[in-house]
Design a binder for this molecule. Structure first.
Ligand SMILES: Nc1ncnc2c1ncn2[C@@H]1O[C@H](COP(=O)(O)OP(=O)(O)OP(=O)(O)O)[C@@H](O)[C@H]1O
Ligand SMILES: [Mg+2]
Length: 233
């Protein structure tokens, strides 16, 4: 069994999608571990309390817990080199994921866009940043659009790609696609990705497809995605 040779370019727009429990966050955590191993800067904006907490075991990685009602200096947050941001349980019960995103994560993304862009930005539940499935949220749109020119490296994770704005979908430089079984999603993806239906049928749970538009793709087997830190899925 080989080692996984997923590239970690200087910048990229990566989309990770698949049904719940398919392995999106596990794989995103693996990407972060690779980034850490190369001394790259990153920020993870998590929407769950535990999920990515294991990454904090990596030396130098800082943790920020968003507490309900607390105020934060977003420009200072945006300067931390290797950071995992998570909500507390209280934040989720009081604000919901939507409130967390609107009140805290969107301003952080805005800071990251306006200032220093040289880092990997991992966004969980990226669909929450969009006002509707047709309309991209301002913060995501500017980061996705600037992409290459501004050396932005975005990793956007979502469960429901068919409900993700096409405008953003088209900006992606790479897609990491887990098994899909919702007919509407499969219908959508087979129009966008050559050979998708056939690859999807071959995927086991936690396997994924790496797709590089317009037509480069391969299957990555789950055994190759080996985490060094714990993932709370
Ligand atoms: N390659 C893998 N090998 C072994 N276990 C895996 C692998 N990928 C994921 N898992 C396990 O599958 C479970 C779900 O993974 P994960 O949390 O990444 O799902 P998800 O797609 O992010 O789901 P959600 O949309 O609900 O957030 C976890 O327990 C995780 O440890
Ligand atoms: Mg997840």
């Amino acid at each position: 069994m080989g080692i996984l040779d997923v590239d970690l370019p200087p910048w990229s727009i990566d989309l990770i999608y698949g049904n719940t429990g398919s392995g999106k966050s596990y794989f995103a955590g693996w990407l972060v571990e690779q980034a850490w191993g190369r001394g790259r800067r990153f920020i993870v904006l998590d929407t769950k309390v535990k999920n990515h907490l294991g990454l904090v075991a990596l030396r130098g990685v800082k943790l920020l817990k968003i507490k309900p009602g607390a105020r934060y200096d977003f420009s200072r947050i945006a300067k931390i080199d290797q950071l995992v941001v998570v909500p507390t349980r209280g934040t989720i019960s009081r604000l919901g994921v939507k409130g967390l995103v609107d009140r805290y994560y969107k301003p952080i993304l805005d800071e990251l866009f306006r200032r220093d862009k040289d880092r990997i930005i991992v966004v969980e539940e990226a669909h929450r940043y969009n006002p509707s499935s047709r309309t991209p949220g301002e913060e995501l749109e500017q980061l996705f659009r600037e992409g290459r020119d501004a050396r932005i490296y975005m990793v956007a994770i979502t469960q429901s790609i068919a409900d993700f704005p096409k405008l953003l979908f088209r900006q992606a430089q790479r897609h990491f696609i887990f098994q899909h079984y919702v007919p509407n999603d499969i219908f959508y993806l087979k129009k966008m990705i050559p050979g998708f239906e056939e690859m999807n049928a071959r995927l086991r749970r936690h396997d994924l497809v790496e797709f590089i538009p317009p037509d480069e793709s391969r299957i990555i087997k789950r055994e190759l995605v080996m985490r060094r830190t714990r993932h709370f899925g």
